[in-house]
Ligand binder design. Structure first.
Ligand SMILES: [Fe+2]
Length: 252
């Protein structure tokens, strides 16, 4: 039997869509994935941004956001059979930049940093930091054919760009909040390679936007990882329900 993977990203606590997060939780509880991957921007970390607070979003307490994020990861981990992976996003990385710029930040870093506070006391969990001292793109290798990253591009054609950059591997990414797949023949034979933008689980209206429709879609990815090949499905959330690849309807 193939192993089951669930990948989700861009929850942006406290700007999450509660109904969509609930659907993710019920999906994980039902499928009991072998591997669960959070693709980053689990926390918005708006409190550490140099930009003024986003209009319409009440400022929340960072520690409360951290507690919610940890609660979700606890839940996902409880229902994950082998390993949970937390890939850091540019929003969590805000805290590192803030700490580098403020003496106060350096003092409080260990108490605040997601890479420390989300990992405290966890076993069977891997954290992939956003910054990379050696200049290489941080990623997590799902298996020999697939990698997972927060996102290397925010361009309209981000999925295509990821495919060009992934050097013959399939790539799962977040960051763009789009739910989109681009496939390509593998010229060396074997599996089709694909780049999948895995959707988001946050408020799908960009708060800095001007009200024009955008391609932000609440959703996530379910994968079946075989010995020689994999199948990856995108699951879009339809308000208060989603339909899984096996036909199960998950209600919030
Ligand atoms: Fe991001």
């Amino acid at each position: 039997m193939a192993k089951i993977l669930v990948a989700f990203g861009d929850i942006h606590y406290p700007q999450h869509t509660a109904v969509s997060v609930e659907i993710l939780k019920k999906t994980v509880a039902r499928l009991k994935p072998h591997i669960s991957v959070s693709l980053g921007d689990l926390l918005d970390c708006g409190q550490f941004s140099q930009h003024p607070p986003t209009w319409g979003v009440p400022e929340t307490d960072y520690e409360a956001d951290l507690k919610e994020a940890n609660g979700l990861i606890d839940f996902v981990q409880k229902h994950t059979r082998e390993r949970i992976v937390l890939i850091e996003g540019n929003h969590e990385y805000r805290l590192d930049r803030w700490a580098a710029q403020h003496a106060e930040g350096r003092g409080a870093y260990n108490l605040l940093a997601p890479r420390i506070q989300l990992m405290r006391g966890r076993r069977g969990c891997t954290y992939i930091p956003y910054g990379s001292a050696n200049g290489r793109y941080p990623h997590w290798k799902v298996n020999s054919r697939i990698i997972a990253v927060h996102g290397w591009s925010y361009a309209v054609n981000a999925a295509r760009r990821h495919l060009q950059m992934s050097q013959g591997k399939s790539v799962l990414f977040g960051h763009t909040h789009h739910l989109c797949t681009v496939c390509q023949q593998n010229i060396f034979g074997g599996d089709t390679i694909r780049a999948i933008s895995c959707g988001c689980l946050c408020n799908p209206v960009p708060l800095y936007g001007t009200g024009r429709p955008v391609e932000w879609v609440n959703g996530f990815v379910i994968g079946y990882l075989g010995r020689r090949s994999d199948t990856l499905f995108t699951v879009d959330i339809k308000g208060d329900f989603a339909i899984l690849p096996d036909g199960t309807e998950i209600m919030a």
